[in-house]
Design a binder for this molecule. Structure first.
Ligand code: PDD
Length: 291
């Protein structure tokens, strides 16, 4: 059975218990992070923790994250995931346990801190090359999706719509703009330029998005951070998603219409290869730093 972390202790998952008065359970009053490990080496952990701090500040949850990095690394070790090609840690912090009120608890409350680790895998090469499909769905989320809050109901409903339509994800559309996927950022290759929504309150500032922007810059691929109008999807040469467990993932069909020539496009492939090279460099640097 997996070992999880709950409020300072590593415990078997079955023994991890949270109060029914937890504000995460009653009100969705909490934030989360998902961070990847490649053969036990974290990728961009500093950026994930910085985003966590911004999310906590956004909800005014007072919690000092010092020490969490060690906890997450230990979670990988105790679950014997150090040799896994790909693993992740999920970390959730809620405002804590208090009698239910919509406003914040009046007295001091200890946030509830929960984390688990698990392995995940990249799709096989042939499936990746064939690519992934999507539908467009209205973006019904609140106006602060830059905060990685645990309130994921609109994301879940849109993803369920996608599954029921027999496709791989939904592209969330607000005011005619293709913002992002249900759990991954969204990109286009339009007129030879790589385009993705700029950082704002309307989009999650993906850590993979940041790395892929750097990779594009290193490769000399022109990039523009701007809104992608939904009508532009029709003529885009390529579309793709990025995210912690998506890495770089080609999107080859939207609302039943083929994108570009179909299959993973050349720019998507270069960015994916560049991203995987970054992962390999991070692993090599970590190995070189180990005495
Ligand atoms: N999802 N956009 C949304 C709405 C997301 O939920 C995520 C991450 C991303 C990509 O961010 P990153 O590159 O930092 O993973 C974009 C996580 C993985 C999840 O909910 O499981």
């Amino acid at each position: 059975m997996s070992t999880v972390y709950l409020n300072g202790a590593f415990v078997p998952k079955a023994d991890a218990k949270v109060s029914v008065d937890d504000r995460g359970f009653l009100l969705g009053d909490g934030v989360y992070e998902v961070a990847p490990f490649y053969q036990g080496v974290p990728l961009c952990m500093d950026r994930h923790l910085a985003r966590l701090e911004r999310s906590l500040a956004g909800l005014r949850i007072d919690y000092d994250i010092a020490g969490l990095e060690v906890v997450l690394q230990k979670l990988i070790e105790v679950n014997e995931l150090e040799s896994a090609d790909r693993a992740l840690v999920y970390l959730q912090i809620t405002r804590g346990v208090a009698p239910r009120t919509h406003y914040f608890p009046e007295g001091p409350v200890e946030p509830t801190v929960y984390a688990f680790a698990k392995a995940w895998s990249r799709p096989p090469e042939d499936a990746w090359s064939r690519g992934f499909t999507a539908i467009t769905v209205p973006d019904r989320r609140w106006m602060r999706v830059d905060i990685k809050s645990i309130c994921l109901l609109p994301n879940g409903l849109a993803y369920q719509d996608a599954r029921e339509a027999g496709v791989d994800d939904a592209i969330l559309v607000r005011d005619g703009v293709a913002i992002e996927g249900t759990h991954q950022n969204f990109w286009g290759v339009i007129g030879g330029t790589v385009v993705t929504h700029p950082e704002s309150n309307l989009v999650l500032s993906g850590i993979t998005r940041g790395v892929v922007l750097e990779v594009a810059c290193d490769l000399g691929i022109p990039v523009q951070e701007r809104a992608i109008q939904v009508e532009e999807l029709r003529d885009a040469e390529e579309l793709f998603f990025t995210g912690t467990t998506a890495e770089v993932r080609p999107c080859v069909e939207v609302d039943g219409r083929q994108v570009g020539k179909g299959g993973a496009g050349p720019v998507t492939r270069r960015l994916s290869d560049g991203f995987l090279a970054r992962v390999a460099q991070t692993r090599e640097a970590a190995a070189a730093a180990t005495p």
